[in-house]
Design a protein. Structure first.
Length: 450
């Protein structure tokens, strides 16, 4: 299944996220290198991290201070030969807790001299960390102090320090910045593309043959406005081409009518069966010329304002006018009503469309065919025929006529439907014959029924 083309907002947001990820990676590398190269700062942060985790072990029971190693720190400071040492001192300098004896005195100052709020000493430069240090539990002069020594850093405290620094000083600020940038960018693009979306909706409704079919360019970004101007230029060229074709078609149609009329007058004076056959051919040619003229007139523009039309009254008028032609051709015609509703349109065009549909049924049905004109349901008109009675052949088709009954007549009806914003449907019936349906915008503004 082919995926849909992403929107411009999605493309921009995706690009911002990619570059933001690259920026975060670059900043991550920079932060890592900066901290990794500064052993003093790493040591200080490691002492602060470890003492903060050990401070909860301070207890006061019956007015006396005691110390119990926190559960989560026992694996590191409760076992022997781990390389991690701890000592808790009361305000007088007495040892409340220690995980080592005299072997770790080298890492800590003597209790008598230990009176600083925070201290640190580098035991050995470089990596892994070899440091000792400590701090008071609080600012109170009588507070308990916690001293720690890290020798070899087997548990990788340095990496926890780096992770905490990245999380506190980079991840959160960068995430907030990214959210703000993405939100501002999405909002800005959405506002900038609003006229573009409106133009796209207008373009979907444009009739390229209408002389006023243009896209607006006001209020658009310069690049989009240039694109809209290019589209307008293409529409102007299309309209100019169609106008030239209409003028040519109309001119040819009018020029051909006169010699056709003169030829028919001359043939009427000849009493020969072959002359009658030529008259039939001239009649078909005259019909084609009339259809071309009608099509050129439809595309000529300058259409008057639509009016409210009663489908029953219009159908009665057209059926009454064409009934003699229908009966003389060996077919029948009837008018039926099925809950019709009035519609808005150009009366002359709708009459022309209904005439074309009835004429199409006459031309392409067999002798004895029953033609039915239906007003309704809703703002629709339909013409159907049963194809003719069995055993009665349809009139012979002339060269160029197709079995699907397509021709200029139906194209004209379709174009009339487009001009009115309606729809035209045509289908052959399984039992024989065909049905054509023309639906137009209703007078009450509700969509035509299906």
């Amino acid at each position: 299944m082919k995926s849909e083309t992403p929107s411009l907002i999605a493309v921009v947001v995706r690009q911002i996220m990619i570059f933001a990820a690259l920026a975060m990676v670059a900043q991550l590398v920079g932060v890592f290198l900066e901290y990794w190269s500064d052993n003093q700062n790493l040591g200080r942060l490691a002492i602060e991290l470890e003492t903060a985790a050990l401070i909860p072990g301070v207890r006061i029971a019956e007015g006396k201070r005691t110390y119990v190693l926190p559960v989560e720190m026992r694996a590191r400071y409760g076992a022997a030969d781990t390389g991690y040492f701890v000592r808790a001192l009361d305000p007088s300098g007495a040892i409340l807790y220690t995980n080592c004896a005299s072997d770790c005195e080298v890492y800590f100052p003597t209790p008598e001299t230990r009176r600083l709020d925070f201290w640190m000493m580098e035991l050995k430069p470089g990596k892994p960390l070899n440091i000792s240090g400590g701090r008071s539990v609080s600012d109170d002069p009588d507070a308990v102090t916690i001293d720690v020594a890290i020798v070899g850093d087997r548990d990788g405290i340095v990496y926890r320090v780096l992770f905490n620094e990245i999380q506190d000083h980079m991840a959160l600020p960068m995430s907030l910045l990214l959210i703000v940038v993405l939100g501002a960018t999405s909002l800005s693009i959405a506002q900038a593309l609003r006229p573009v979306r409106e133009s796209a909706a207008l373009a979907a409704r444009l009739d390229p043959l209408a002389p006023t079919a243009r896209l607006p360019v006001e209020g658009m970004p310069r690049e989009i406005a240039d694109y809209a101007k290019a589209v307008n230029g293409a529409l102007e060229r299309i309209f100019g081409l169609m106008r030239s074709q209409r003028i040519m078609t109309s001119a040819i149609s009018h020029e051909v009518r006169t010699p056709l009329a003169m030829a028919r007058l001359e043939l009427e004076r000849i009493a020969d069966p072959r002359a009658r056959k030529v008259e039939e051919d001239l009649e078909a040619l005259n019909y084609l010329v009339e259809q071309l003229t009608t099509l050129a007139r439809l595309e000529s523009g300058g259409i008057v304002e639509p009016e409210r039309i009663d489908p029953v009254e219009l159908a009665q008028q057209v059926v009454a006018a064409l009934a003699p032609l229908v009966f003389s051709s060996g077919r029948t015609i009837e008018l039926d009503e099925r809950e019709p509703a009035s519609f808005r349109g150009h009366r002359a065009m709708i009459e022309n469309a209904l005439r074309n549909l009835i004429d199409n049924a006459i031309r392409h049905s067999g002798l004895g065919a029953a033609i039915r004109v239906v007003a309704g349901p809703g703002p629709c008109l339909s013409v159907s025929d049963d194809g003719g009675a069995k055993g009665k052949a349809a009139p012979p088709r002339r060269e160029g006529e197709g079995a699907d009954r397509s021709g200029l007549g139906l194209k004209i009806v379709g174009r009339i439907a487009e001009i009115h914003g309606g729809r035209f449907e045509f289908a052959d019936l399984p039992e024989g014959g065909a049905v054509a349906k023309l639906c137009l915008p209703p007078a009450n503004g509700v969509s035509p029924q299906s």
